[in-house]
Design a protein around this ligand. Structure first.
Ligand code: WTA
Length: 647
C-alpha cells in the first residue's frame, strides 16, 4: 500500500477547500487572528440579537471560564429548521430507513420536520417543561428522536439523550444527575430484527427516579408495555391535541443546549454541557468543510444519536447546513452484511461516515457483500471514534470506495463538540491511520510528561492550547471536576487524555488513550465503571479492569477479580459477574474475560499497577517493565500462569 494517497482530481474540482495551500492559508488566518476568523464564521447562523464580544476565555486552573459570542441571542431549532423553510421547506431533511428493509423508507421534508418539532415543543410546554429544564430522551434511531431534541432547543429546554443501549441503571443515574422531571421514550426499539423493551427499561429506571412526573412514549411497535396512568402519555395522542406552530425561545449564546454523559478515568459518567451559539457555529462550519456537503448531496452518518457523533453530525451540523440525510434505524449486518451498501445504492448516498469497528466487522464477513453492490454515488468516506488500523483503512478505501473516495479520519471527543483533527477531502493527501491536520482554529500541542511542548517530529500526550467555539463549557453540577480533569494537568491547556505522534510532514497520529478510558466498538467506557459493577457482588473483594486489543471491537474488556476468602471462582460465578456488568451499564459493556486472581500487582503504597495487567491481558508476557516496586512480585507469575491456562 502506498504511504500517501493524493487528493483525487474529481474531489479537487468540486471541493470548497481544494488545495493544501488554501487549507494552510485559512488555517493560518484562523490561528493568527482567531477573533476575526470566528467573528466572520458566526454569520453561518442567524442571530436574534448580535453578540458584542467574540470570545472571553480563561484556561487558568483556578478560574476555567469559556464563553463565546457574548451577548448574542439565537436558537438552535430556528437555525436548523425555520431558517430553511422559505428556500427548502419541501426538500427532504431526513430519509428514515427502517430496520426492516422491506419496510418503506420515509422522506420527511424540512417543512414536515418543523411541524413535528413544534408539536412536540408544545406538548413539552403543556407538560410543564420550562426554559432551562432538563429533558431526558431515551429513544431509538427514529425521526421522533431528532424532533424531540430540536423541540427541547426550541423552547430553551436542555436535552440529555441517553443511548438506547444503556441499561435501566445507567438511565436512572443520568436522569437523577441531570435532575430531569420528564422522559421521552418509545414502547420498543427495533434493531437487527430484535425488539428492545425501552418502555419497560424506563419503568425499571423510574423506580429510583421519583421526581420524573411525566413520561412521553413514542409508539414504534405497538408491543406490550407496562403503563402508569397519570404519568405515561402516548406522544402521538398528545401531539394531535396541540398546535403545529411554536415560537422559538430567544436563547443566550451561552445558555446550555444539551448535556451528554461520557466516561472518564474515575467515578461515574459525567454530564458534559454544550452551549448554544458557539456550538452551532462550530457544528455548521466543520460539517460543511470536512464532509464537503453541497446541494443535492445525500449525507449519511451511521452513528447513533445517543453519542456525540449523532448530536453534532446527524442532528445539528447537517440540519444547520440544510442537508438531506439518512437516518438509519438498523445495524450493519441485518439482514445481511451488505445492508449499508444497499442503503447507499437505494438512496444514492454521497458521504458516508462510520466507525472503524463497523468497518472491521463488515470486512470480516468477506468481499462478496460489497462486490454485489454498486456504491458509485459515494464521494467521501469518514471514520470516527477510535484509531483506524491500516488493513481496515485499505479495505474501506479500496473495496467500499473503489479507490475513488477520500477517507476523512476525524479525531474528536464528546468534550470537543466537533471534529478537531481531520483531513479535508479536497485538500489533504491521506496517510492511512493518520487524522492528519488540525481543523480551522485548533491549536494542538504534543507535550512530554512534564508538560514541555515538543516541536517537529515528536510523540507524547495531546493538548489543545486555545479554545474553539464548540468546546464543552463544564460538567453539569461539577465545575471543579471539569477543571480538575481537563485543565489541571497542564496549566493553561485543555488536556485530551489521548496520546499522539507528529511525523516529519506534520501529520498527527492519535495513539490511543493514556488514561483508564477504554474504547469498545467505538463506545467509550471507564474501567472504573466496570470495576464498581463487579465489586457490588458479595463474593468479590477487589476488581481491576483493563482493555486489551480485539480484532473487531478495537478493544475488549478484561476483568481481573479477587474473590473473598473461602470463595472459589467457577464458570457460574463468572457468568453472574458478566451479567452484573451488563445490567449496570448496557449490553455493549459485556466483559470478554473474567480472570479470577488471588492477588493483584500492587506497589507498596497499594496502587494497582495497571500497566502490568494490560500486558498480561494482551498476552505480552516478555517485557513487563520494571516490577521491582511491587509489594509481592510472585503475584505476577500467578497471573501469567492463570492467563496461559485460559487459552
Ligand atoms: C477516540 C467520539 C483515534 C479518542 C467522537 C478520543 C479517536 C475518544 C478518533 C473520544 C480517531 C475518537 N482516531 N481515536 N479518529 N476519534 N477517538 O467522546 O481516544 O465517544 O479521546 O467521542 O475516542 O470518544 P467520544
Amino acid at each position: 500500500m502506498p504511504d500517501v494517497f493524493p487528493v483525487p482530481e474529481t474531489m479537487r474540482a468540486r471541493a470548497l477547500c481544494s488545495s493544501h495551500a488554501s487549507y494552510q492559508a485559512m488555517y493560518e488566518a484562523s490561528i493568527s487572528d482567531p477573533e476575526s476568523f470566528w467573528r466572520e464564521q458566526a454569520s453561518r447562523i442567524d442571530w436574534m440579537e448580535p453578540f458584542h464580544t467574540v470570545k472571553d476565555v480563561s484556561y487558568a486552573s483556578d478560574n476555567v471560564s469559556i464563553q463565546w459570542y457574548l451577548g448574542g441571542k439565537t436558537n438552535a431549532s430556528l437555525n436548523c429548521l425555520d431558517r430553511h423553510l422559505a428556500t427548502r421547506g419541501d426538500q427532504t431533511a431526513l430519509i428514515f430507513e427502517p430496520d426492516e428493509p422491506s419496510d418503506e423508507a420515509r422522506h420527511i421534508t424540512y417543512g414536515e420536520l418543523h411541524a413535528d418539532v413544534c408539536r412536540i415543543a408544545n406538548v413539552l410546554k403543556k407538560h410543564g417543561v420550562k426554559r432551562g429544564d432538563c429533558v431526558t430522551i431515551y429513544l431509538p434511531m427514529i425521526p421522533e428522536a431528532v424532533a424531540s431534541m430540536l423541540a427541547c432547543s426550541r423552547i430553551g429546554a436542555v436535552h440529555s439523550v441517553v443511548f438506547a443501549g444503556f441499561s435501566p441503571d445507567a438511565l436512572a443515574h443520568r436522569m437523577l444527575d441531570g435532575r430531569s422531571r420528564i422522559l421521552i421514550t418509545a414502547d420498543e426499539g427495533v434493531r437487527g430484527g430484535k425488539r428492545i423493551p425501552l418502555k419497560n427499561n424506563s419503568d425499571r429506571a423510574l423506580r429510583s427516579c421519583p421526581d420524573v412526573h411525566d413520561v412521553l412514549v413514542v409508539k414504534r411497535t405497538g408491543g406490550e408495555t407496562t403503563w402508569l396512568d397519570g404519568r405515561d402519555y402516548w406522544l402521538h395522542e398528545e401531539a394531535a391535541m396541540v398546535e403545529s406552530t411554536c415560537e422559538c425561545a430567544e436563547m443566550d449564546a451561552e445558555d446550555p443546549l444539551y448535556i451528554l454523559y461520557t466516561s472518564g478515568s474515575t467515578g461515574r459518567p459525567k454530564g458534559l454541557v454544550h452551549t448554544t451559539g458557539g456550538y452551532l457555529v462550530y457544528a455548521s462550519l466543520s460539517h460543511r468543510y470536512i464532509f464537503d456537503y453541497q446541494e443535492g448531496d445525500v449525507y449519511w452518518c451511521a452513528a447513533d444519536i445517543g453519542w456525540v457523533t449523532g448530536h453534532t453530525y446527524i442532528v445539528y451540523g447537517p440540519l444547520l447546513n440544510g442537508a438531506t440525510q439518512i437516518l438509519f434505524e438498523g445495524i450493519p449486518t441485518y439482514p445481511e452484511a451488505s445492508r449499508y451498501w444497499d442503503v447507499v445504492d437505494r438512496h444514492r448516498v454521497t458521504q458516508f461516515y462510520t466507525a472503524p469497528t463497523a468497518i472491521r466487522a463488515l470486512m470480516s464477513k468477506g468481499n462478496k457483500y460489497v462486490d454485489r453492490t454498486d456504491r458509485s454515488s459515494l464521494l467521501i468516506l469518514g471514520s470516527v471514534g477510535e484509531p483506524i488500523n491500516p488493513e481496515a483503512w485499505k479495505w474501506y478505501h479500496e473495496k467500499v470506495g473503489d479507490g475513488r473516495c477520500p477517507i476523512v479520519d476525524t479525531w474528536w471527543q464528546t468534550e470537543t463538540g466537533g471534529i478537531l483533527i481531520t483531513p479535508l477531502p479536497g485538500a489533504t493527501a491521506l496517510k492511512p491511520g493518520s487524522a492528519s491536520f488540525p481543523f480551522f482554529g485548533i491549536r494542538p500541542e504534543i507535550l512530554d510528561a512534564e508538560g514541555n511542548v515538543l516541536e517537529g517530529e515528536a510523540e507524547g500526550v495531546l493538548a489543545i492550547a486555545d479554545s474553539w467555539p464548540g468546546q464543552s463549557r463544564t460538567i453539569f453540577g461539577d465545575h471543579a471536576r471539569f477543571t480538575e480533569v481537563y485543565f489541571s494537568k497542564f496549566e493553561g491547556k485543555y488536556f485530551t487524555g489521548d496520546g499522539c505522534r507528529r511525523d516529519k510532514d506534520g501529520y498527527y497520529w492519535i495513539t490511543g488513550r493514556v488514561d483508564d478510558v477504554i474504547n469498545i466498538s467505538g463506545h467509550r467506557m471507564g474501567t472504573a465503571e466496570v470495576e464498581s459493577a463487579l465489586v457490588e457482588h458479595n463474593d468479590v473483594a477487589e476488581a481491576a479492569v483493563v482493555g486489551f486489543p480485539h480484532d473487531i471491537k478495537g478493544q475488549g474488556i478484561y476483568c481481573y477479580v479477587t474473590l473473598n476468602a473461602g470463595v472459589t471462582g467457577d464458570d457460574e460465578l463468572r457468568e453472574t459477574l458478566i451479567r452484573q456488568v451488563r445490567e449496570a451499564i448496557g449490553a455493549f459493556s459485556k466483559p470478554d474475560f473474567v480472570q479470577f486472581a488471588p492477588g493483584l500487582p500492587k506497589t507498596r503504597s497499594g496502587k494497582i499497577m495497571r500497566r502490568i495487567l494490560r500486558k498480561i491481558a494482551a498476552d505480552d508476557f516478555d517485557d513487563l517493565g520494571d516490577i521491582s516496586t511491587l509489594a509481592d512480585e510472585s503475584v505476577v507469575d500467578d497471573l501469567i500462569r492463570n492467563r496461559r491456562n485460559r487459552h
